[in-house]
Unconditional design. Structure first.
Length: 185
């Protein structure tokens, strides 16, 4: 397992070198979106309409941040449970997104899409939202402000710590971890 410093947008060269278990410090622009926003984004894709941001090489963070304290760009920004985006993530990857950040397991369709389209599912540490928020240098709502915390935001991060959970080779860190400790017959 290795540690990488990567800057967005991600390329397929970036994602293909990563393996489940690798630690990545992400810098650059990432976007926030949860299930309600994902539904709207996928509806736009299916209708052939323009999205509020360029999906090519994008990383999408599944988060609904809290309001910022005065002088801060964002409040607590911990990951939300990712399975709620499972029905949308393959479409996002097919259309150019290269990374997703959340917590928890993903379904087989998402894992298969990571392999097919060169995408990565990164895990962020749940319960560390206040610390993760400190890695966010700027935040701006760019779409769906009526969704409140679930609006799409363009955020700039610096050394945002994530771990590769599902890589482009079909590996799953959660399964690998279990296999290390399961009793073999």
């Amino acid at each position: 397992m290795a540690t990488y410093n990567l800057t967005t947008p991600l390329t397929e060269e970036d994602t293909r070198k990563l393996k489940a278990g690798d630690v990545v410090n992400l810098s650059g622009v990432i976007y926030t979106a949860r299930d309600a926003a994902h539904k709207r984004l996928v509806d736009l894709i299916e209708a052939g309409k323009e999205l509020p941001f360029d999906l090519e090489g994008s990383v999408i963070y599944f988060v609904g941040p809290t309001p910022p304290k005065p002088g801060d760009p964002i409040g607590s920004a911990g990951p939300t449970t990712s399975y709620r985006m499972d029905s949308y993530s393959p479409t996002m990857l097919k259309n150019g997104s290269k990374g997703m950040i959340g917590k928890g397991k993903r379904n087989q369709a998402v894992k298969d899409a990571c392999v097919e389209y060169g995408g990565i599912y990164f895990g962020a540490t749940g319960g560390a939202g206040a610390l993760l928020g400190k890695k966010i240098k700027s935040a701006e709502v760019i779409a769906y402000p009526e969704l409140g915390p679930e609006a799409v935001r363009r955020i700039e991060v610096e050394d945002f710590p994530v771990t590769v959970i599902n890589d482009t080779y079909g590996n799953d860190l959660y399964q690998m971890g279990r296999e290390q400790y399961e009793v073999k017959d």
